[in-house]
Design a protein around this ligand. Structure first.
Ligand code: NCD
Ligand code: ZN
Length: 343
């Protein structure tokens, strides 16, 4: 049987939710990943160090016995965030980044930033403290076609931002387009990008395959095939600026299968196995370890994980649903086979 051994991976973009729902989804992440960058878009948002430390405690208390999974916390950037909060966050030793959501872009983003200029003093403090800025890189202008919102964000917001804040560490999260992968690859060393399994495996046809497919709907929305191919090329290149971030974003089944379904794909259940398929199909399985286990840790200045994990080439059926607090969640690939299995 074909096997692949690599350092235990890290998930550099994860939505864990809270309470009973978190308890269920956390097991999936903790089984595969050593550490994860935890997104702060709870309701209310995790906007202060105090809130982040309390959330971290709830995560640690919800972990299955014996797990040494480490949640790496983030703050939600709002127009009320001040430079003092950034200093406190850095000093806490548990906050690793600050997340920017344009107001109204995605799930629970109503507290986000309206104009980047409004948070310049905070960005200056982050630059000084070397606390990375994580970008949901889409404009929200309703006049911009939804498939163009990432490319327009790069031109209008990201390009001027990196010119002005030359020492700010920036991650363009969940890149989906050729414009984004080109920009990051050719950008400065302090700019990186995370890549999700869905943007590697699916193009936008998957949203409409034989009918409307709410479980393939996420933000940023899936793109055309040429863009998917550019994202695959970036991931399997092994380039240090690209690393694993699932953007696993569980929503209850009924909230997805609705007249106005929520954005978000639950990929934590089989994440590393899905990524392995992509690297195998691209003939670059040997680069999976750099993408999944080295590049993200290096960017965040964390030690690389010493522990190893092994994947086997073996089909297994992905369940139709999984428990999610009092509801259920439909995992990515539900009812179909996955082709690699974590031992
Ligand atoms: C995320 C969620 O549900 O929290 N949804 C998504 O489609 N990715 C929010 C986000 O990261 O944009
Ligand atoms: Zn996300």
């Amino acid at each position: 049987m074909q096997t692949l051994t690599l350092a235990r991976p890290d998930d550099m973009h994860l939505h864990l939710r809270d309470g009973a729902q978190m308890k269920h989804v956390l097991q999936d992440s903790a089984r595969q990943f050593a550490r994860a960058i935890i997104m702060p878009n709870l309701k209310p948002p995790v906007a202060t160090t105090t809130q982040a430390l309390a959330y971290r405690d709830r995560i640690l208390k919800s972990l299955p016995g014996g797990s040494d999974f480490q949640p790496l916390m983030t703050l939600y950037l709002t127009e009320k965030t001040g430079p003092a909060e950034i200093i406190q966050a850095k000093q806490s030793g548990h906050v690793y980044a600050v997340k920017y959501y344009p107001a109204g872009a995605t799930t629970h983003s109503e507290s986000g930033v309206i104009k980047m200029e409004n948070v310049y003093p905070v960005l200056e403090a982050m630059e000084e403290q070397q606390l990375p800025l994580l970008l949901h890189g889409e404009v929200t202008d309703p006049d911009i076609d939804i498939f163009d919102r990432e490319a327009v964000f790069i031109d209008r917001i990201l390009a001027p931002l990196i010119k002005r804040f030359k020492n700010l560490r920036i991650v363009l999260e969940h890149v989906t387009t050729k414009q984004a992968t080109d920009f990051v690859k050719n950008g400065p060393e302090n700019l990186a990008a995370t890549i999700t399994p869905q943007h590697l495996l699916l193009n936008r046809n998957a949203l409409f395959a034989g009918g409307l497919r709410p479980h393939h709907y996420c933000m940023p929305v899936l793109k055309a095939e040429e863009h998917r191919q550019a994202v695959v090329a970036a991931a399997i290149s092994g380039h240090p600026c690209f690393f694993l971030g699932t953007d696993s974003a569980p929503h209850a089944k009924h909230d997805k299968e609705s007249a106005c379904g929520c954005a978000g794909i639950y990929s934590a259940h089989n994440a590393i196995e899905l990524y392995a398929e992509v690297f195998e199909a691209g003939g670059r399985l040997e680069k999976l370890e750099a993408f999944a286990s080295h590049n993200g840790a290096d960017f965040y200045g964390l030690p690389r994980n010493k522990e190893k994990v092994t994947l086997e080439k073996k089909d297994w059926p992905v369940p139709l649903t999984l428990p999610f607090g009092e509801y259920t969640v439909v995992p990515f690939r539900a009812g179909e086979p996955c082709h690699w299995k974590l031992k």
